[in-house]
Design a protein around this ligand. Sequence first.
Ligand SMILES: Cc1cc2nc3c(=O)[nH]c(=O)nc-3n(C[C@H](O)[C@H](O)[C@H](O)COP(=O)(O)O)c2cc1C
Ligand code: SF4
Ligand code: SF4
Length: 417
Amino acid sequence: MPLKKDLSIDYLGVKCENPFFLSSSPVGSNYEMVAKAFESGWGGVFFKTIGIFIADECSPRFDNNVKEGTPWVGFKNMEQISDKPLEKNLEAIAKLKKDYPDKVMVATIMGSNDEEWKELSKLVTQAGADLIECNFSCPQMTSHAMGSDVGQSPDLVRQYSKAVSSVTHLPVIAKMTPNIGNMEIPAIAAIEGGAKGVSAINTIKAITNIDFEHMTAMPVVNGKSSISGYSGAAARPIGLRFIAQMKQHPDLKDIQMSGIGGIETWKDALEYILVGSTTVQVTTAVMQYGYRIVEDMISGLSYFMEEKGFNKVEDLVGLALPNIIPAENLDRDFKIIPHIDEEKCIGCGRCYVSCYDAAHQAIDWDEENRKPIINDNCVGCHLCLNVCPVHECITPGEVKFKEGRTPHDVALKTRYE
Ligand SMILES: Cc1cc2nc3c(=O)[nH]c(=O)nc-3n(C[C@H](O)[C@H](O)[C@H](O)COP(=O)(O)O)c2cc1C
Ligand code: SF4
Ligand code: SF4
Protein backbone atom coordinates (compact mmCIF):
# COMPACT_ATOMS: atom_id res chain seq x y z
CA MET A 1 0.00 0.00 0.00
CA PRO A 2 1.65 3.31 -1.03
CA LEU A 3 1.97 5.95 1.67
CA LYS A 4 -0.77 8.59 1.56
CA LYS A 5 -0.21 11.58 3.82
CA ASP A 6 -2.63 14.44 4.38
CA LEU A 7 -1.79 16.61 1.37
CA SER A 8 -4.68 19.05 1.84
CA ILE A 9 -4.06 22.72 1.24
CA ASP A 10 -6.02 25.96 1.42
CA TYR A 11 -6.19 27.57 -2.01
CA LEU A 12 -7.85 30.98 -2.18
CA GLY A 13 -10.03 30.05 0.77
CA VAL A 14 -11.09 26.72 -0.72
CA LYS A 15 -9.97 23.51 0.94
CA CYS A 16 -8.31 21.17 -1.57
CA GLU A 17 -7.78 17.47 -0.83
CA ASN A 18 -4.38 17.77 -2.54
CA PRO A 19 -2.61 20.33 -4.75
CA PHE A 20 -3.00 18.29 -7.96
CA PHE A 21 -5.41 19.70 -10.53
CA LEU A 22 -6.19 19.05 -14.18
CA SER A 23 -5.55 22.22 -16.16
CA SER A 24 -8.12 23.64 -18.51
CA SER A 25 -8.06 21.56 -21.71
CA PRO A 26 -9.67 18.47 -23.25
CA VAL A 27 -8.56 16.40 -20.23
CA GLY A 28 -11.38 17.99 -18.22
CA SER A 29 -14.06 18.84 -20.73
CA ASN A 30 -17.16 16.86 -19.78
CA TYR A 31 -18.84 15.16 -16.83
CA GLU A 32 -17.57 11.62 -17.44
CA MET A 33 -13.93 12.64 -17.84
CA VAL A 34 -13.82 14.83 -14.75
CA ALA A 35 -15.71 12.24 -12.67
CA LYS A 36 -13.11 9.64 -13.63
CA ALA A 37 -10.28 12.06 -12.84
CA PHE A 38 -11.77 12.81 -9.42
CA GLU A 39 -12.09 9.12 -8.70
CA SER A 40 -8.46 8.63 -9.75
CA GLY A 41 -7.40 11.06 -7.02
CA TRP A 42 -7.10 14.53 -8.58
CA GLY A 43 -7.92 17.24 -6.03
CA GLY A 44 -9.74 19.43 -8.51
CA VAL A 45 -10.18 20.51 -12.09
CA PHE A 46 -9.87 23.68 -14.09
CA PHE A 47 -12.69 22.83 -16.51
CA LYS A 48 -12.09 23.32 -20.26
CA THR A 49 -12.47 27.04 -21.07
CA ILE A 50 -16.03 28.08 -21.68
CA GLY A 51 -16.99 30.96 -23.96
CA ILE A 52 -20.12 32.39 -25.49
CA PHE A 53 -19.13 31.08 -28.91
CA ILE A 54 -18.43 27.46 -29.85
CA ALA A 55 -14.92 26.87 -31.20
CA ASP A 56 -14.62 25.69 -34.80
CA GLU A 57 -11.55 23.45 -34.64
CA CYS A 58 -9.14 22.31 -37.37
CA SER A 59 -8.03 18.74 -38.05
CA PRO A 60 -5.46 17.46 -37.27
CA ARG A 61 -4.45 19.76 -34.42
CA PHE A 62 -1.60 18.11 -32.50
CA ASP A 63 2.11 17.47 -33.04
CA ASN A 64 5.06 16.53 -30.81
CA ASN A 65 8.85 16.79 -30.71
CA VAL A 66 11.11 13.75 -30.58
CA LYS A 67 14.69 13.74 -29.27
CA GLU A 68 16.85 10.63 -29.57
CA GLY A 69 13.77 8.48 -29.93
CA THR A 70 11.91 9.97 -26.97
CA PRO A 71 8.55 11.32 -28.12
CA TRP A 72 6.55 14.10 -26.43
CA VAL A 73 9.61 16.09 -25.38
CA GLY A 74 7.25 18.94 -26.19
CA PHE A 75 3.70 19.00 -27.53
CA LYS A 76 1.93 21.41 -29.85
CA ASN A 77 -1.81 21.98 -30.04
CA MET A 78 -3.97 24.19 -32.20
CA GLU A 79 -7.13 23.97 -30.08
CA GLN A 80 -9.18 26.89 -28.93
CA ILE A 81 -11.80 26.83 -26.20
CA SER A 82 -14.69 24.41 -25.60
CA ASP A 83 -16.46 23.03 -28.66
CA LYS A 84 -19.56 22.19 -26.63
CA PRO A 85 -22.65 24.36 -26.08
CA LEU A 86 -22.48 26.67 -23.06
CA GLU A 87 -25.55 25.10 -21.40
CA LYS A 88 -24.02 21.65 -21.58
CA ASN A 89 -20.80 22.88 -19.95
CA LEU A 90 -22.72 24.66 -17.20
CA GLU A 91 -24.76 21.53 -16.58
CA ALA A 92 -21.56 19.46 -16.27
CA ILE A 93 -20.03 21.90 -13.78
CA ALA A 94 -23.22 21.90 -11.66
CA LYS A 95 -23.54 18.12 -11.66
CA LEU A 96 -19.85 17.56 -10.90
CA LYS A 97 -20.01 19.92 -7.93
CA LYS A 98 -23.16 18.19 -6.66
CA ASP A 99 -21.77 14.67 -7.07
CA TYR A 100 -18.22 15.47 -5.86
CA PRO A 101 -18.69 18.21 -3.23
CA ASP A 102 -15.20 17.70 -1.76
CA LYS A 103 -13.43 18.15 -5.07
CA VAL A 104 -12.63 21.64 -6.32
CA MET A 105 -14.35 22.86 -9.49
CA VAL A 106 -12.72 25.81 -11.17
CA ALA A 107 -14.64 27.24 -14.11
CA THR A 108 -12.36 28.69 -16.77
CA ILE A 109 -13.92 31.36 -18.91
CA MET A 110 -13.09 33.57 -21.89
CA GLY A 111 -15.07 36.51 -23.26
CA SER A 112 -14.36 39.06 -25.96
CA ASN A 113 -15.77 42.16 -24.21
CA ASP A 114 -16.90 43.28 -20.73
CA GLU A 115 -20.45 42.02 -21.24
CA GLU A 116 -19.38 38.52 -22.23
CA TRP A 117 -16.92 38.22 -19.36
CA LYS A 118 -19.61 39.35 -16.90
CA GLU A 119 -22.23 37.04 -18.36
CA LEU A 120 -19.91 34.05 -18.11
CA SER A 121 -18.85 35.00 -14.59
CA LYS A 122 -22.48 35.10 -13.44
CA LEU A 123 -23.37 31.83 -15.16
CA VAL A 124 -20.51 29.79 -13.70
CA THR A 125 -21.14 31.27 -10.25
CA GLN A 126 -24.77 30.13 -10.50
CA ALA A 127 -23.62 26.71 -11.69
CA GLY A 128 -21.81 26.25 -8.37
CA ALA A 129 -18.12 26.56 -9.32
CA ASP A 130 -15.73 27.12 -6.39
CA LEU A 131 -13.40 29.45 -8.27
CA ILE A 132 -13.22 31.22 -11.62
CA GLU A 133 -10.15 31.30 -13.85
CA CYS A 134 -9.95 33.88 -16.65
CA ASN A 135 -8.20 32.56 -19.72
CA PHE A 136 -6.09 35.55 -20.81
CA SER A 137 -3.64 33.29 -22.52
CA CYS A 138 -4.71 30.88 -25.29
CA PRO A 139 -2.25 31.66 -28.13
CA GLN A 140 -4.27 30.25 -31.02
CA MET A 141 -7.62 32.02 -30.88
CA THR A 142 -9.02 32.97 -34.27
CA SER A 143 -10.16 36.30 -32.76
CA HIS A 144 -7.57 38.90 -31.69
CA ALA A 145 -9.98 40.18 -29.04
CA MET A 146 -9.34 37.01 -27.08
CA GLY A 147 -6.65 34.81 -25.57
CA SER A 148 -2.96 35.70 -25.40
CA ASP A 149 -3.52 38.98 -27.23
CA VAL A 150 -5.49 40.03 -24.14
CA GLY A 151 -2.87 38.61 -21.77
CA GLN A 152 -0.18 40.74 -23.41
CA SER A 153 -2.15 43.91 -22.66
CA PRO A 154 -2.07 44.87 -18.96
CA ASP A 155 -4.95 47.31 -19.52
CA LEU A 156 -7.25 44.62 -20.93
CA VAL A 157 -6.21 42.16 -18.21
CA ARG A 158 -7.06 44.75 -15.52
CA GLN A 159 -10.34 45.65 -17.24
CA TYR A 160 -11.58 42.08 -17.69
CA SER A 161 -10.44 40.99 -14.22
CA LYS A 162 -12.53 43.85 -12.88
CA ALA A 163 -15.53 42.93 -15.03
CA VAL A 164 -15.45 39.28 -13.91
CA SER A 165 -14.87 40.12 -10.22
CA SER A 166 -17.63 42.74 -10.16
CA VAL A 167 -20.43 40.19 -10.63
CA THR A 168 -19.29 37.25 -8.51
CA HIS A 169 -18.44 36.56 -4.89
CA LEU A 170 -15.99 33.82 -6.00
CA PRO A 171 -12.23 34.36 -6.00
CA VAL A 172 -11.01 35.07 -9.53
CA ILE A 173 -7.76 33.70 -10.96
CA ALA A 174 -5.93 35.19 -13.96
CA LYS A 175 -4.27 32.63 -16.26
CA MET A 176 -1.25 34.26 -17.85
CA THR A 177 0.49 33.89 -21.18
CA PRO A 178 4.23 33.11 -21.34
CA ASN A 179 4.37 34.89 -24.71
CA ILE A 180 5.67 38.00 -22.98
CA GLY A 181 8.92 39.12 -21.30
CA ASN A 182 7.69 40.23 -17.87
CA MET A 183 4.65 38.33 -16.67
CA GLU A 184 4.67 40.41 -13.48
CA ILE A 185 3.23 43.40 -15.36
CA PRO A 186 -0.07 41.82 -16.51
CA ALA A 187 -0.22 39.77 -13.28
CA ILE A 188 -0.13 42.94 -11.18
CA ALA A 189 -2.75 44.45 -13.50
CA ALA A 190 -4.98 41.41 -12.85
CA ILE A 191 -4.66 41.88 -9.09
CA GLU A 192 -5.43 45.60 -9.44
CA GLY A 193 -8.54 44.56 -11.34
CA GLY A 194 -9.68 42.33 -8.48
CA ALA A 195 -8.18 38.91 -9.29
CA LYS A 196 -7.07 37.03 -6.18
CA GLY A 197 -4.80 34.40 -7.73
CA VAL A 198 -2.60 33.82 -10.78
CA SER A 199 -2.13 30.67 -12.90
CA ALA A 200 0.86 30.20 -15.18
CA ILE A 201 1.75 29.15 -17.75
CA ASN A 202 -0.51 28.65 -20.73
CA THR A 203 1.17 27.37 -23.88
CA ILE A 204 4.16 28.98 -25.62
CA LYS A 205 3.80 30.10 -29.25
CA ALA A 206 5.88 27.67 -31.27
CA ILE A 207 6.63 25.71 -34.41
CA THR A 208 7.45 22.12 -33.43
CA ASN A 209 8.49 20.62 -36.78
CA ILE A 210 8.56 21.50 -40.47
CA ASP A 211 6.95 19.08 -42.90
CA PHE A 212 9.21 18.59 -45.94
CA GLU A 213 6.38 17.13 -48.02
CA HIS A 214 4.14 20.20 -47.91
CA MET A 215 6.76 22.77 -46.88
CA THR A 216 4.76 23.92 -43.92
CA ALA A 217 4.79 23.48 -40.16
CA MET A 218 3.25 20.50 -38.38
CA PRO A 219 0.47 19.48 -38.06
CA VAL A 220 -0.54 19.83 -41.71
CA VAL A 221 -4.08 21.14 -42.21
CA ASN A 222 -4.87 20.87 -45.89
CA GLY A 223 -1.30 21.82 -46.82
CA LYS A 224 -0.97 24.65 -44.28
CA SER A 225 -0.28 25.10 -40.57
CA SER A 226 -0.09 27.82 -37.90
CA ILE A 227 2.16 28.92 -35.09
CA SER A 228 0.48 27.70 -31.91
CA GLY A 229 0.80 26.58 -28.31
CA TYR A 230 3.66 24.42 -27.01
CA SER A 231 3.41 22.50 -23.74
CA GLY A 232 4.74 19.39 -22.00
CA ALA A 233 8.15 18.58 -20.55
CA ALA A 234 9.99 21.21 -22.59
CA ALA A 235 7.77 23.92 -21.12
CA ARG A 236 8.51 23.13 -17.46
CA PRO A 237 11.68 25.24 -17.07
CA ILE A 238 9.83 28.20 -18.56
CA GLY A 239 6.83 27.76 -16.27
CA LEU A 240 9.08 27.45 -13.22
CA ARG A 241 10.87 30.65 -14.16
CA PHE A 242 7.67 32.64 -14.50
CA ILE A 243 6.21 31.43 -11.20
CA ALA A 244 9.48 32.15 -9.35
CA GLN A 245 9.78 35.61 -10.87
CA MET A 246 6.23 36.53 -9.98
CA LYS A 247 6.56 35.25 -6.41
CA GLN A 248 9.75 37.25 -5.98
CA HIS A 249 8.04 40.49 -7.00
CA PRO A 250 7.11 42.56 -3.93
CA ASP A 251 3.59 43.22 -5.30
CA LEU A 252 2.90 39.53 -5.96
CA LYS A 253 4.72 37.72 -3.15
CA ASP A 254 1.52 37.16 -1.16
CA ILE A 255 -0.59 36.13 -4.15
CA GLN A 256 -1.36 32.44 -4.41
CA MET A 257 -0.08 30.91 -7.63
CA SER A 258 -1.09 27.80 -9.51
CA GLY A 259 1.87 26.36 -11.41
CA ILE A 260 1.45 24.79 -14.85
CA GLY A 261 3.69 23.54 -17.61
CA GLY A 262 5.30 20.17 -18.24
CA ILE A 263 4.40 18.49 -14.95
CA GLU A 264 4.58 14.71 -15.35
CA THR A 265 5.73 13.37 -11.97
CA TRP A 266 5.61 14.21 -8.26
CA LYS A 267 9.08 15.73 -8.56
CA ASP A 268 7.94 18.10 -11.29
CA ALA A 269 4.96 19.09 -9.15
CA LEU A 270 7.16 19.58 -6.08
CA GLU A 271 9.47 21.86 -8.07
CA TYR A 272 6.53 24.13 -8.86
CA ILE A 273 5.51 24.10 -5.18
CA LEU A 274 9.04 24.96 -4.06
CA VAL A 275 9.10 28.03 -6.33
CA GLY A 276 5.85 29.26 -4.84
CA SER A 277 2.86 27.41 -6.31
CA THR A 278 0.04 26.55 -3.93
CA THR A 279 -1.55 24.20 -6.46
CA VAL A 280 -0.29 22.68 -9.71
CA GLN A 281 -2.09 21.81 -12.93
CA VAL A 282 -1.48 19.22 -15.63
CA THR A 283 -2.64 18.61 -19.20
CA THR A 284 -0.03 17.21 -21.58
CA ALA A 285 1.13 14.36 -19.33
CA VAL A 286 -2.50 13.30 -18.89
CA MET A 287 -2.95 13.37 -22.67
CA GLN A 288 0.02 11.02 -22.95
CA TYR A 289 -0.49 8.73 -19.94
CA GLY A 290 -4.01 9.20 -18.58
CA TYR A 291 -5.39 10.29 -15.19
CA ARG A 292 -3.56 7.58 -13.26
CA ILE A 293 -0.35 9.65 -13.11
CA VAL A 294 -1.86 11.37 -10.08
CA GLU A 295 -1.21 8.21 -8.03
CA ASP A 296 2.54 8.74 -8.43
CA MET A 297 2.12 12.39 -7.50
CA ILE A 298 0.22 11.55 -4.30
CA SER A 299 2.53 8.80 -3.13
CA GLY A 300 5.75 10.51 -4.27
CA LEU A 301 4.95 13.73 -2.45
CA SER A 302 3.78 11.77 0.61
CA TYR A 303 7.06 9.83 0.80
CA PHE A 304 9.11 12.97 0.28
CA MET A 305 7.29 14.78 3.09
CA GLU A 306 7.56 11.79 5.40
CA GLU A 307 11.29 11.43 4.74
CA LYS A 308 12.02 15.13 5.17
CA GLY A 309 9.70 15.65 8.13
CA PHE A 310 7.11 17.94 6.54
CA ASN A 311 3.51 17.62 7.75
CA LYS A 312 1.81 20.23 5.59
CA VAL A 313 2.16 20.94 1.87
CA GLU A 314 1.94 24.65 2.61
CA ASP A 315 5.25 24.44 4.51
CA LEU A 316 6.90 23.56 1.19
CA VAL A 317 5.43 26.44 -0.80
CA GLY A 318 8.19 28.79 -1.96
CA LEU A 319 11.00 27.12 0.01
CA ALA A 320 13.45 27.46 -2.92
CA LEU A 321 12.70 31.14 -3.54
CA PRO A 322 15.25 32.73 -1.16
CA ASN A 323 18.00 30.72 -2.85
CA ILE A 324 17.14 31.80 -6.40
CA ILE A 325 19.04 35.09 -6.59
CA PRO A 326 20.13 37.59 -9.25
CA ALA A 327 23.20 36.52 -11.27
CA GLU A 328 25.18 39.48 -9.91
CA ASN A 329 24.80 38.17 -6.35
CA LEU A 330 26.22 34.68 -6.98
CA ASP A 331 29.44 33.72 -5.19
CA ARG A 332 32.09 33.78 -7.97
CA ASP A 333 35.16 33.28 -5.75
CA PHE A 334 35.88 29.67 -6.64
CA LYS A 335 35.76 26.85 -9.18
CA ILE A 336 34.74 23.31 -8.38
CA ILE A 337 36.91 20.72 -10.11
CA PRO A 338 34.89 17.64 -11.02
CA HIS A 339 35.79 14.32 -9.46
CA ILE A 340 35.69 11.25 -11.73
CA ASP A 341 34.93 7.96 -10.03
CA GLU A 342 37.26 5.54 -11.80
CA GLU A 343 35.28 2.52 -10.68
CA LYS A 344 32.09 3.83 -12.23
CA CYS A 345 33.67 5.18 -15.44
CA ILE A 346 32.89 3.00 -18.47
CA GLY A 347 35.45 4.73 -20.69
CA CYS A 348 32.92 6.01 -23.22
CA GLY A 349 34.90 9.21 -23.84
CA ARG A 350 31.92 11.54 -23.96
CA CYS A 351 33.35 13.86 -21.30
CA TYR A 352 36.61 14.07 -23.23
CA VAL A 353 34.91 14.93 -26.53
CA SER A 354 32.56 17.51 -25.00
CA CYS A 355 35.26 19.19 -22.96
CA TYR A 356 37.60 19.33 -25.96
CA ASP A 357 35.06 20.49 -28.54
CA ALA A 358 32.83 22.65 -26.38
CA ALA A 359 34.59 23.61 -23.15
CA HIS A 360 38.28 24.06 -22.22
CA GLN A 361 40.34 21.07 -23.41
CA ALA A 362 40.72 20.17 -19.74
CA ILE A 363 40.43 16.40 -20.08
CA ASP A 364 43.33 14.27 -21.28
CA TRP A 365 42.55 10.83 -22.62
CA ASP A 366 44.45 7.83 -21.27
CA GLU A 367 44.39 5.65 -24.43
CA GLU A 368 45.73 2.59 -22.71
CA ASN A 369 43.20 2.42 -19.90
CA ARG A 370 40.43 4.32 -21.74
CA LYS A 371 40.07 6.76 -18.87
CA PRO A 372 39.69 10.57 -18.71
CA ILE A 373 42.18 12.61 -16.65
CA ILE A 374 41.39 16.18 -15.71
CA ASN A 375 44.21 18.67 -16.32
CA ASP A 376 44.95 22.21 -15.13
CA ASN A 377 42.80 23.88 -17.82
CA CYS A 378 39.64 22.96 -15.94
CA VAL A 379 37.40 25.96 -15.19
CA GLY A 380 34.80 23.96 -13.26
CA CYS A 381 31.95 24.47 -15.75
CA HIS A 382 30.65 20.89 -15.25
CA LEU A 383 29.78 20.24 -18.88
CA CYS A 384 31.46 16.84 -18.38
CA LEU A 385 29.15 16.06 -15.44
CA ASN A 386 26.18 16.90 -17.64
CA VAL A 387 27.20 14.61 -20.52
CA CYS A 388 28.45 11.61 -18.55
CA PRO A 389 25.94 8.78 -19.05
CA VAL A 390 26.81 7.04 -15.76
CA HIS A 391 24.90 8.19 -12.70
CA GLU A 392 27.13 10.01 -10.18
CA CYS A 393 30.31 8.96 -11.99
CA ILE A 394 31.35 12.61 -12.24
CA THR A 395 30.55 14.66 -9.13
CA PRO A 396 31.71 17.99 -7.69
CA GLY A 397 35.19 17.54 -6.25
CA GLU A 398 37.92 19.90 -5.03
CA VAL A 399 37.00 23.55 -4.41
CA LYS A 400 39.74 25.86 -5.72
CA PHE A 401 39.58 29.54 -4.82
CA LYS A 402 40.47 32.08 -7.49
CA GLU A 403 43.62 34.08 -6.87
CA GLY A 404 43.16 36.86 -4.36
CA ARG A 405 39.80 35.57 -3.08
CA THR A 406 39.32 34.67 0.57
CA PRO A 407 38.64 30.99 1.12
CA HIS A 408 35.34 30.24 2.85
CA ASP A 409 32.83 27.42 3.23
CA VAL A 410 31.11 26.36 0.01
CA ALA A 411 27.91 24.28 -0.10
CA LEU A 412 28.40 21.41 -2.53
CA LYS A 413 25.75 19.37 -4.28
CA THR A 414 26.33 15.78 -3.26
CA ARG A 415 23.37 13.86 -4.66
CA TYR A 416 22.07 13.78 -8.23
CA GLU A 417 18.63 12.18 -8.44
C1 LIG B 1 -4.87 20.32 -26.31
C2 LIG B 1 -4.78 21.44 -25.35
C3 LIG B 1 -5.88 22.26 -25.14
C4 LIG B 1 -5.81 23.31 -24.23
N1 LIG B 1 -6.92 24.08 -24.01
C5 LIG B 1 -6.88 25.07 -23.08
C6 LIG B 1 -8.04 25.79 -22.75
O1 LIG B 1 -9.12 25.58 -23.27
N2 LIG B 1 -7.92 26.78 -21.81
C7 LIG B 1 -6.75 27.05 -21.17
O2 LIG B 1 -6.70 27.94 -20.30
N3 LIG B 1 -5.63 26.35 -21.46
C8 LIG B 1 -5.67 25.36 -22.38
N4 LIG B 1 -4.55 24.61 -22.63
C9 LIG B 1 -3.30 24.92 -21.90
C10 LIG B 1 -3.14 24.00 -20.68
O3 LIG B 1 -4.18 24.18 -19.74
C11 LIG B 1 -1.80 24.27 -19.98
O4 LIG B 1 -1.77 25.61 -19.53
C12 LIG B 1 -0.60 24.04 -20.88
O5 LIG B 1 -0.83 22.97 -21.76
C13 LIG B 1 0.69 23.77 -20.08
O6 LIG B 1 0.55 22.63 -19.24
P1 LIG B 1 1.03 21.14 -19.65
O7 LIG B 1 2.46 21.23 -20.05
O8 LIG B 1 0.78 20.32 -18.42
O9 LIG B 1 0.16 20.74 -20.78
C14 LIG B 1 -4.60 23.56 -23.53
C15 LIG B 1 -3.50 22.73 -23.74
C16 LIG B 1 -3.59 21.68 -24.63
C17 LIG B 1 -2.38 20.81 -24.82
S1 SF4 C 1 34.40 21.03 -15.62
FE1 SF4 C 1 34.34 21.87 -17.72
S2 SF4 C 1 36.46 22.42 -18.10
FE2 SF4 C 1 36.50 21.06 -16.34
S3 SF4 C 1 36.80 19.05 -17.19
FE3 SF4 C 1 34.60 19.29 -17.03
S4 SF4 C 1 33.95 20.11 -19.02
FE4 SF4 C 1 36.18 20.36 -18.89
S1 SF4 D 1 31.63 10.43 -19.74
FE1 SF4 D 1 31.68 9.41 -17.74
S2 SF4 D 1 31.77 7.25 -18.22
FE2 SF4 D 1 32.29 8.33 -20.09
S3 SF4 D 1 34.53 8.47 -20.01
FE3 SF4 D 1 33.77 10.31 -19.08
S4 SF4 D 1 33.69 9.86 -16.90
FE4 SF4 D 1 33.88 7.91 -17.97
